[in-house]
Design a protein around this ligand. Structure first.
Ligand code: PEP
Length: 253
């Protein structure tokens, strides 16, 4: 079986501060967690450069900086938007694409998400493709068709090469920020389905692509989720803002 390096990523959304950057980096360093896993942190854009500077000062090579979003265009009259070039210049190495909040609150379609994914990839950054179904889709048996459409949008644009250097995060919307994580068995079933989809276009990539689970991960439920064969780590929201909880989750990965 192929060994995949676990990844734990924190999405701070519109939260955080320089002080939180300092605390998290210090605790990561002191705990030594990033020797065996990759840690990805995604603070708000105003903190990208500061985070990058501090991570270099602490010599944390296994800690990566992710943009929360990029625009699919390179430049233009788009007030408030950030291009992939700007994110890269600010030190970002990864880009979250298609988080459920972007899809629902900002009406981002799977096609636009796929364009952002390819922008990141073509600029040498690693995309983290978020996919997941709503409560209604789950209850009406549409989980697999929803995930298929979200992943196929990237396949259509990028072909089988697209998944070679990315992360996929399965984040059921009913589990994000609700305190109700998917059961390890259900999450495993879906992760296996996603890996199977990748295998259908590229069996080799399917063995190496890392698929993260996201949705109400806490120190209490992380071990059971991470022990599933197709779960390679987690994308963390709320618990990622509490350094002690985040470090504990990293240790469990
Ligand atoms: C998220 O927003 O991506 C997320 C997983 O949040 P939480 O961990 O708070 O459910």
């Amino acid at each position: 079986m192929t060994k995949r390096m676990p990844v734990v990523a924190a999405n701070w959304k519109m939260n955080g501060s320089r002080e939180l950057v300092n605390q998290v980096l210090l605790q990561i360093k002191q705990s030594g967690v990033c020797q065996d896993i990759e840690v990805v942190i995604s603070p708000p854009a105003t903190l990208y450069s500061y985070f990058d500077e501090q991570k270099k000062i602490h010599e944390l090579d296994h800690v990566f900086l992710a943009a929360q979003n990029i625009n699919e265009l390179d430049n233009g009259a788009l007030t408030g938007e950030i291009s992939v070039g700007l994110a890269k210049e600010s030190g970002c190495q990864w880009v979250i694409c298609g988080h459920s909040e972007r899809r629902s609150l900002f009406k981002e379609t799977s096609k636009v998400t796929a364009k952002k994914f390819m922008k990141a990839l073509n600029a040498g950054l690693k995309p983290i493709l978020c996919v997941g179904e709503t409560t209604e889709e789950k209850e009406t048996g549409k989980t697999f068709s929803r995930l298929t459409a979200q992943i196929e949008a990237v396949m259509h644009l990028g072909g089988k090469q697209a998944f070679k250097d990315c992360l996929i995060a399965y984040e059921p919307i009913w589990a994000v920020g609700t305190g109700q994580a998917a059961s390890p068995e259900l999450a495993q079933e879906i992760h296996r389905f996603i890996r199977g989809m990748i295998a259908s276009i590229c069996p080799e990539t399917a063995k190496t692509v890392r698929i993260l689970y996201g949705g109400s991960i806490k120190p209490e439920n992380a071990a059971a989720l991470f022990s599933q064969p197709d779960i390679d780590g987690g994308l963390i929201g709320g618990a990622g803002l509490v350094p002690e909880q985040f470090i504990k989750i990293c240790q469990l990965a």
